[in-house]
Write a protein that binds this ligand. Structure first.
Ligand code: HEC
Length: 218
């Protein structure tokens, strides 16, 4: 008799535990869900539907997501809009680069002075790492226009043809270009060279520009 009772208890416990399983569409039953799921304030929420996300909130309110947006700010956003006529600066306090992507922009860029105050070798070392990441495959380790992409490579027996016209940055034609000019070319690209502005931060572009000038020296 005791054996049967124990067996019965074991089976019921197993069934009970199995019944607790949540997954897929079924999230299980939770007691006081607000205690576990704090509702994160989303910076850009603009929720106007009162029923949105009701399951997040206390069962009586039934409007969790709606109250997660801010009725006092424009568009119910949790963020304030920046004041009019203000300009975003990056973490160094620099204004965004506003040189235009045209011939005049390049001429003006050539007159820019690098904002990098640090003149130590460390900056050049960082420029080297970045150059090797973003430029070497085309311009070559020394900037001579002989990277693997420029010359073409054979990988697993398949020829990848050369990317013609890569500039030799150590050539006479480029000796006099300024850091500003290089910065602008990295940002927007030029001729057959693509833009790198979206991949490389402003600070890193200036570091690369400094390294290119260094490469040209020796
Ligand atoms: C996909 C290959 C490729 C990559 C990657 C590349 N370049 Fe170029 N680069 C070129 C080509 C091609 C030219 C010649 C552009 C033209 O005149 O048509 C060029 C030209 C230049 C010039 C000369 C611009 C001028 O005034 O005529 C500079 C400076 C330069 N690249 C710097 C860089 C730097 C720095 C990087 C890395 C951030 C880089 N390039 C990455 C292909 C590349």
């Amino acid at each position: 008799m005791r054996l049967t009772a124990n067996f019965f208890i074991a089976v019921s416990a197993a069934l009970l535990l199995a019944g607790c399983k949540a997954g897929g569409e079924y999230q299980g039953l939770e007691y006081a869900p607000n205690m576990y799921h704090s509702v994160a304030y989303e910076p850009l929420t603009q929720i106007t539907n009162k029923d949105a996300g009701w399951y997040f909130n206390a069962l009586d309110a039934r409007s969790g997501e709606f109250y997660n947006s801010n009725p006092y700010n424009p568009y119910r956003m949790n963020l304030r809009l920046p004041p009019k006529n203000t300009v975003r600066r990056n973490k160094q306090g620099w204004l965004p680069y506003r040189g235009t992507n045209d011939a005049d922009g390049l001429v003006n860029a050539a007159k820019l002075i690098s904002p990098l105050k640090d003149t130590t070798a460390a900056v050049i070392d960082q420029g080297k790492v970045l150059f090797e990441m973003y430029c070497k495959h085309c311009h070559g380790a020394k900037g001579e226009g002989n990277g693997k992409v420029a010359e073409g490579v054979k990988i697993d027996g398949v020829d990848h043809s050369a990317f013609a016209g890569v500039a030799n940055l150590r050539g006479e034609a480029f000796k006099s270009i300024t850091e500003g000019h290089i910065f602008h070319v990295i940002t927007y690209g030029k001729g057959r060279m693509g833009a790198h502005g979206s991949q490389v931060s402003e600070e890193d572009r200036w570091k690369i520009a400094r390294y290119v000038k260094e490469l040209q020296k020796n």
